[in-house]
Write a new protein. Structure first.
Length: 293
């Protein structure tokens, strides 16, 4: 009798916080042999009961598998955890949140120790891990050969998006998207603050706000097109001059509602600066150039 079986890639995972634990369970559920390590050992006990092998040290965990995934608190934690490990011949995938510069330095550091390196930026929260329909994914950058080699294994917890050979690009994409998210949250916070003292149910505003943000989101494609072409008047719907003229109403409304304008004022100030430079017929894209030092 012939069995058609596919041997699953063994994985070592360093770090069992909420995200690390979710990653671990996804690989275990998919049948990957898994070795785990965590600085606080008791965190590993539930995973041991689910089939993971628990290493006594980070060095022992690294020695257990060719593919080593790191999901720790910060870059300093990665340095500390791997300080005594033999990385020669290992495929190191670092999912720890870091800056682009830290990712590039860590890639050089890994190569000096004989390891191949991929950096990752996780665009998901733990409940989205291992749930394909959740839409969660991970940005990867660094060695394209390494990404191709482990693409299927890395795709088990969440989708994969490779963004380039430069090891810093995953972190850069991660922070870029999250920065936009916080900007959106800031705008939503201001919107809710405006109605806070009125007889308006926040739950009635929420769907209107969500739909409006979704309707406005495609404008990023026009911004990208203008940046690529260098023509900030291309496809303009509402000129900077028109939009800047309306900002006093926003500020006055905030004052009348007893709401601080501190989330809006910096952006409005940039709009006025661009207008003063002669960008009145442009879209809002010219504000980006004011931010780049």
């Amino acid at each position: 009798m012939t069995y058609n079986t596919v041997e699953k890639t063994p994985v070592t995972l360093l770090g069992l916080g909420a995200m690390g634990t979710a990653l671990a369970r996804a690989w275990l559920a998919a049948g990957h042999p898994l070795t785990v390590w965590n600085r606080t050992a008791p965190r590993a006990r539930p995973l041991a009961a689910e089939g993971a092998k628990v290493a006594d040290s980070a060095a022992d965990a690294v020695a257990a598998s060719a593919l080593v995934v790191v999901c720790l608190l910060d870059d300093a934690s990665v340095q500390e955890a791997l300080a005594g490990a033999d990385l020669a011949g290992r495929d190191l995938v670092n999912l720890t949140t870091s800056t682009p510069a830290q990712a590039r330095e860590r890639a050089d550091w890994a190569r000096e120790r004989g390891a191949r390196y991929l950096d990752g930026g996780i665009m998901a929260v733990p409940p989205m891990i291992g749930v394909p329909e959740s839409g969660g994914y991970v940005f990867y950058s660094g060695s394209p050969e390494l990404f191709d080699r482990h693409r299927d294994t890395l795709a088990v917890p969440a989708g994969t998006v490779y963004v380039g050979r430069d090891a810093g690009f995953a972190a850069l994409h991660d922070v870029a998207l999250l920065s936009a998210m916080y900007g959106m949250f800031a705008g939503a916070a201001h919107a809710f603050a405006l109605i806070r003292k009125e007889d308006i149910d926040p739950a009635s505003l929420a769907p209107l706000l969500a739909d409006w943000l979704v309707a406005m989101a495609p404008a990023v494609h026009r911004t990208a097109d203008q940046l690529r072409s260098g023509d900030y008047t291309r496809g303009v719907v509402s000129t900077l001059a028109m939009q800047a003229a309306g900002t006093p109403a926003f500020l006055s409304t905030a004052e009348q509602q007893g709401v601080s304008p501190e989330l809006l004022s910096p952006y409005f100030a940039l709009m006025r600066r661009r207008l003063a430079e002669g960008g009145g017929e442009e879209d809002l894209t010219g504000v980006i150039d004011l931010l780049v030092r």
